[in-house]
Ligand binder design. Structure first.
Ligand code: G2I
Length: 459
């Protein structure tokens, strides 16, 4: 097994601390290859950061190794939201947020605080209360003082106000806007500046990535805040994008904000596709990740890019968009996807391009037993190429509502009718002409028709 020096260093530290057995590390397919680029080093050489959102509870093992070795900025996916930190009034829970900030410091990463004022993921006691405008303003500024104050000096950037706009560029009628009017934004920024004078204060929104009405709304707001001397340091462009639809005006849009005298950043990048992921879609996604990173590289006030989760196993997309996913730079088994190499190439990596598919494979699918509502199936993956492969992925669509319930010898995920199976840590390698099998139990009703076609990809 070859490991990148970063991965090796951090893994060795983990070992010393836990006394874990070496065999626990024997997961070659789950880790980057020695020749793979290190995104944080490439970004730093360009004067930028490359970041990821994370889930605090997952920060162990390979997930933590990759987060800490590949990225130099981190954003809590949910742990700093108001409902997370103050679930009942006056009762604070900082455990998830603390864990992420501590992890960042241990791995020399910046922290993007997310988020102080947002219409969503608010605690019930706040949304169900009936408040006067003065009471609500005080609750909001006290919340900012408590949270930004707690992490004072440890947060490089705060998303102070998140998603203040409607699609047409008018203000969203959030709890805050409807009670306080647009002045809540300036009040929030002033409170954040007072609580943590060194943090860069951002407004953040989605569908503002290219030129358009919503981006115009943000532009006019920032211009007027600057004119009034309100503390505003930057604008975040979330970048929740669809395959093949990176706005062609993204660079021009980032640049016009920079020209107002604020920093910019891509704060929540993911690029979703209809499953299953095919080689052609993954190649398009690589071009898309590269284009977004290019836009940031081309704008000197663009501080960095953050992926909204670095692995497909930790992404909000399949939960919200039925049948879509594969939106991040690493697959569910922590293998870098073409998108990862697209980012690296944009950041100046000249390692020779991504390894790409290294072979071809075929799939055999057999239902080995079936009963009233359940069945067991066996799937064989054969490497039909002339050289060994280091990993494989198989996908199919169920024609009659079948659901996979539990699998062995592969990691199987299902979104709607789409099923994706990837090798386990121990059976990614298949010699030329060789094959491996995995199995699963599923449910069916009416008919248990086998999938018509399979896609099979290898690395
Ligand atoms: O929705 C995508 C992002 C849009 N911009 C703001 C971000 O803060 C937002 O992040 C997502 C998280 O990635 C999700 O993980 O925000 C979602 C909520 O709006 C998060 O989803 C929630 C689920 O809806 C809850 O059921 C779950 O309890 O995550 C919670 C914690 O896992």
């Amino acid at each position: 097994m070859r490991l990148h020096p970063h991965a090796l260093r951090r893994t060795a530290l983990g070992l010393a601390a836990t006394g874990a057995l070496l065999i626990g590390l024997a997961t070659p397919s789950a880790l980057a290859q020695a020749a793979d680029p290190v995104l944080r080093d490439l970004a730093e050489a360009k004067g930028k950061y490359y970041g990821t959102a994370v889930t605090a509870s997952k920060l162990t093992g390979t997930y933590a190794d990759i987060a800490g070795s590949q990225f130099n900025s981190i954003t809590p996916g949910n742990e700093m939201k108001w409902e997370s930190v103050e679930p009942s009034r006056g009762t604070y829970n900082w455990s998830g947020a603390d864990r992420i900030v501590d992890f960042a410091e241990a791995h020399d990463m910046e922290v993007r605080g997310h988020t102080l004022v947002w219409h969503s993921q608010l605690p019930g006691w706040l949304t169900n209360g009936s408040w006067t405008a003065d009471q609500l303003r005080t609750l909001m500024t006290d919340h900012i003082t408590a949270e930004a104050g707690r992490y004072k000096g440890r947060i490089s950037h705060w998303d102070v106000v998140n998603e203040p706009f409607n699609e047409d560029g008018t203000f969203r009628q959030s709890l805050f806007h409807s009670k306080l009017g647009p002045s809540y934004i300036a009040d929030a920024l002033r409170a954040a500046r007072a609580a943590d004078p060194d943090a860069k204060l951002y407004l953040n929104d989605y569908n503002t990535d290219g030129l358009g009405a919503k981006s115009d709304g943000m532009y006019n707001l920032v211009k007027s805040l600057k004119a009034q001397g309100v503390p505003i340091d930057g604008v975040g462009f979330q970048g929740h994008l669809i395959l093949g639809q990176v706005p062609s005006t993204m660079k021009a849009n980032l640049q016009r904000f920079a020209d107002l005298g604020v920093d910019v950043a891509v704060t929540e990048l993911d690029i979703r596709m209809t499953l299953p992921a095919t080689d052609a879609k993954l190649a398009q996604q690589k071009a898309d990740y590269r284009a977004v990173t290019d836009a940031c590289v081309a704008v000197s006030r663009c501080k960095g890019v953050t992926a909204w989760g670095f692995t497909d196993s930790d992404s909000w997309i399949p939960d919200v968009f039925e049948g879509q996913g594969a939106a991040t730079p690493y697959d569910e088994n922590y293998r870098p996807k073409p998108a990862y190499y697209g980012i690296a190439e944009s950041l100046g990596w000249t390692g020779g391009g991504d390894p790409g598919p290294t072979g071809s494979c075929t799939v055999g699918y057999t239902v080995t037993s079936q009963w009233n509502t359940g069945f067991t199936a066996n799937v064989t993956v054969k490497n039909t190429g002339s050289s060994p492969v280091g990993g494989w992925q198989v996908a199919w669509t169920y024609p009659s509502g079948q659901r996979v319930t539990s699998a062995w010898n592969a990691t199987v995920t299902q979104s709607g009718a789409q099923v994706t199976a990837a090798n386990a840590a121990y059976n990614g390698t298949i010699g030329a002409g060789g094959s491996v099998s995995f199995g699963f139990n599923g449910t069916w009703s009416g008919a248990n028709t086998a999938p018509a076609t399979f896609t099979c990809t290898t690395r």
